[in-house]
Ligand binder design. Sequence first.
Ligand code: NAP
Length: 497
Amino acid sequence: MDTGRTGSPPGRRARGPRFVIVGAGMAGVLSAIQLQQSGLTDFTVYEKADRLGGTWRENTYPGVACDVPSHLYSYSFAPNPDWSHVFSPGAEIAAYFEDVARRYGVEKYISYGTEVSRLTFVDGGWDVETATGSRDRADFVIAATGVLHHPAYPDIKGLEDFAGTVFHSARWDHRVPLAGRRLGVIGTGSSAVQIVTAAVETVGELSMFQRTPQWVLGVPNPPIDEDQRQLFRSDPAAMQAVRDELAHTFEANFANAVVDAESPEAKLLEELCVANLEENVADPVLRAKLRPDYRAACKRLIVSPGFYQAIQHPNARLVTDAIDRVEPRGVRTVDGTLHELDALVLATGFRVDQFMRPIEVTGRGGISLEQAWSERPTAYLAVSIPDFPNLFMLNGPNGPVGNFSLIDVAELQFAYVMQLVDRACATGLHLVSASAAATERFESERVEAAKRTVWVTGCRSWYLDDRGVPAAWPWSFDRFRTAMARPNMDDYDVVPA
Ligand code: NAP
């Protein structure tokens, strides 16, 4: 069989390979476009919701934005001269993905409202079952199911007794009026900070419940004016230069800072965060409450030019006493105070160990994904799992996450996956999956390298697995780029289908 992408003779099989893509978020739309552009048009994208856009469809809270600059957080092949801000709002990003999908003509491949419930490897291919009862069959499955996807709900006594409205930040209830109301926000992560900053002037009173303070980098977010946009429209090279510069800044500075806790970049980040706190929070008592006792970027760094102003707004209160329980009228903290509220937002993050689950995935020899991941999710180079042949993940476990463009990550991964697909199709269909030995070696090197990262310098965060080991890629972005350039086929099991 020939994918049509290699030099091997075409027409060896009556049909080309069939792909199933799970998820129509950023990575699923990317996969659809790239497959189509490669002439591989026998595929379906299954999307459980009724719109594409993934995280940008689901997160609609006030202030939602991407803290990766928009000219970097765009597909490399679909730059957008019209971004409104350096860090554009979430709705604009959602519209961008919809627009790109439309322009590239891939919406027709998306089956909306169709949740994949089961993937079973049988007779050299994948049986696909959906929650609606439909079935499909694929030679290749690309799991583009996202990372920060499954809301984590806190285990707080009495939540169900609250008389007002309570919802997770990723399930914002837009029927709830904010004007003049008393809003509570639990959490101090990126979501909570964006919500507080955006809502503080609208609400009557805002209580932010802080369990752990966060370091905040105060990068400004100016609008991109019409002259600049016009320049980008007429001179794509100028827009590309901006993207290249941003990519360099992220890869050289930020990536080095997080993977080497002792690097000059890590120290600089710390200095910038300390200066932001010192210079922008006037009251020493509040400043002390907001000052973390761990290294900057140990938790995922918050990027916000406005948070310190927002938390000093007369409407805002930073509550640092621990939450005891939720009662019908509000949140009671352990000091006995009842913080009365009309609405309560759980900005409490996501279950980051799920990946393509809850899909029931069964690989070669009947091994289930639950068995393969019984200790924790792992994948060779974040892409492939032993005994799950021709199933590849984008933004799977152990990949680069954090303050990076996950679009760059997914594009590199997709190009790598297509090289595996080419190998699988070069001489009749073959089954390709990472070898157990290569996966074990990768995992032990990864765990060793993780010891040098800033993520293990003494904080709790979603980067850490149940052993306290960062689950993320612990090396430089350059190393990731190099790893993705060309698969080392010695690390793969390749057998005829
Ligand atoms: P998060 O960073 O995981 O933060 C969750 C917050 O909830 C933390 O402050 C945590 O406190 C608190 N929390 C959890 N359970 C609690 C409990 N039982 N009682 C009190 N507090 C509790 O979640 P997130 O803010 O949704 O962000 C998740 C990730 O999404 C980010 O790190 C980022 O990668 C991404 N994101 C990106 C953007 C962007 O601009 N690009 C925006 C939003 C989100 P502790 O710190 O004490 O655990």
